[in-house]
Design a protein around this ligand. Structure first.
Ligand code: NAD
Length: 494
């Protein structure tokens, strides 16, 4: 009998007020039921907000170094439980164990990085234009933070949001993806065991209904969302109308460029990992391979052979390279894009079908299309699956043009040995991140992460920048001259 899980609201694990639950199943084997999770409603979110407001009163007054100490202990607990959490994550999300271990490690890195910020959280002290007056900035927490996360990084993305939010003194309501509720539960257990006061965190399970309720709640002044550009657009409309602070991290259509002077062995390894790791379900996945015509045929032949050699299966088994897609709808979307590829005249080089044989998982063969036309749907739309579009170009300038002519702008990569071209590419490629001689994936916790154009709205996760998002900058002026001094009007002679 599978376990029935609960929400965490008001300092305790509670059943949803809706009385409804949804099933969480292993995408590699749908006969494996992980558990039943609350299908929460508007009333659950309302209760979470009330509790989080009480939590905020306590936590916002807790000194930042003490808040940091709690996060350090969270890092320790995640380290102790890394293997168990990685196993649970692969079971509910599908990606292979090496990747889910990396996902937990990103949470650990984020915890330790946030912990150290508790002893910095800088403001500035700057000179005043008047004598005997000090001018300074300081950081203040904002309030109840609503955090909405996607399925593909079940631990890393909730930690990217919750740890800096907490370090800055906010209380949080986490609404994780309905596809990966178990990993979120394991994270909340670590936060509570590390000594986070219970009402500082709320966990509300479910899908669009509690997500929307959180965004629309008038007493949640801050929303951080990672997910699809379509959902982000809806959230942006509401937050704009309600004047909420909003961070959006959304879709991508990332390209790896391979120039004629590239190390082709390295480029091949990079594209295999970038395109088919996490079954192509990364926001930074390599979805386009832009190749110079002089090395195109050679690289394509080797790529086709290598992609066909990848082993599909349950990500907990050794020697499996590629896990399943997250659910049937995701696989159906991939199938639809394979049809689109055929109808647009692209050449199917490998894959393009479900694996042969019976399986109770959402598997799909690693797929490569060549001859993809820039501007076509296959070349411009996010598929979020193991489908790679190869586009041939004749020059560096054309490669940049193709890279830049999509509505997304998350990550890009270029393989070349030309040092001048390397630096030009970092300027020319219209993305939030450019990798040189490395695949489109590989973010590190202490650097800002995010994209331009319709991938983001100007904020960043990770790095120092994220602490600016979760705190308000306040200015203090202290005049100790003992007289009225008027800025801009009392001009001092030297
Ligand atoms: P999704 O947009 O379907 O769902 C994301 C979250 O939003 C889920 O928790 C969902 O329940 C919630 N939600 C759905 N409708 C909502 C609404 N109307 N109001 C409020 N919340 C709502 O995305 P997904 O399928 O879970 O994730 C895949 C997408 O996420 C891809 O487009 C991918 O590129 C993107 N992504 C982006 C980044 C990044 O940093 N840029 C990182 C990871 C994933």
């Amino acid at each position: 009998m599978a376990k029935t899980f609960k929400n965490f609201i008001g300092g305790q694990w509670v059943a949803p007020e809706t009385g409804q639950y949804f099933q969480n199943r292993n995408p590699a084997d749908t006969t494996d039921l992980i558990g039943r999770f609350p299908d929460s409603g508007v009333a659950d979110v309302a209760a979470a907000v009330k509790s989080a407001e009480r939590g905020f009163q306590l936590w916002s007054r807790t000194p930042a170094p003490i808040r940091g100490d709690v996060l350090r202990r969270v890092g320790d607990l995640l380290t102790e439980r890394k293997e168990a959490i990685a196993n649970a994550m692969t079971r509910e999300m599908g990606k292979v164990l090496a990747e889910t271990r990396g996902d937990v490690q990103e949470g650990i890195d984020t915890a330790y990085y946030a912990a150290t910020e508790g002893r910095r959280l800088f403001g500035h002290t700057v000179p005043s234009e008047l004598r005997q007056k000090w001018a300074m900035t300081m950081r203040r927490p904002i309030g109840v933070a609503g955090l909405i996360t996607p399925f593909n990084f079940p631990m890393a993305i909730p930690t990217w949001k919750s740890f800096p939010a907490l370090l800055c003194g906010n209380s949080i309501i986490l609404k994780p993806s309905e596809d990966v509720p178990h990993t979120a539960t394991l994270l909340v257990e670590c936060l509570l065991e590390a000594g986070l006061p219970p009402e500082v965190i709320q966990l509300v399970h479910g899908g669009e209904v509690p997500g929307r309720a959180l965004v629309e709640h008038p007493r949640v002044p801050l929303i951080s969302f990672t997910g699809s550009t379509e959902t982000g657009a809806k959230i942006g409309e509401t937050c704009g109308r309600m004047h909420k602070r909003l961070s959006l991290e959304m879709g991508g259509k990332n390209a790896q460029i391979v120039m004629e002077d590239a190390d082709l062995d390295l480029a091949l390894e990079g594209v295999l990992w970038g395109a088919f790791g996490t079954t192509g379900q990364r926001c930074t996945a390599t979805s386009r391979l832009i190749v110079h015509r002089k090395v195109h045929d050679k690289l394509l032949n080797r790529l086709a052979d290598a992609a066909q050699d990848l082993t599909l299966g349950d990500g907990r088994k050794p020697k499996v390279d590629v896990g399943p897609l997250i659910h049937e709808a995701a696989r159906a979307k991939v199938e639809q894009y394979v049809e689109i590829g055929h109808s647009e005249g692209a050449e199917l080089v490998c894959g393009g079908a479900r694996p042969r044989g019976k399986s109770a998982g959402f598997f799909y063969q690693p797929t490569v299309f060549a001859g993809v036309k820039p501007g076509s749907r296959l070349a411009t739309e996010e598929i979020f699956g193991p489908v790679l579009s190869v586009i041939q170009v004749s020059s560096y300038d054309q490669a940049v043009k193709v890279n830049n002519e999509v509505k997304y702008g998350l990550s890009s990569s270029i393989y070349t040995r030309d040092v001048q071209r390397t630096f030009r590419a970092m300027e020319d490629l219209d993305n939030g991140i450019t990798y040189v001689n490395a695949p489109t994936i590989g973010a590190e916790a202490h650097l800002p992460f995010g994209g331009v154009k319709q991938t983001g709205n100007g904020h960043r996760e990770g790095g120092w920048e994220v602490f600016e998002f979760y705190s308000e900058t306040k200015v203090g002026y202290v005049d100790f001259s003992g007289k009225l001094q008027r800025a801009q009007m009392d001009i001092y002679d030297i």
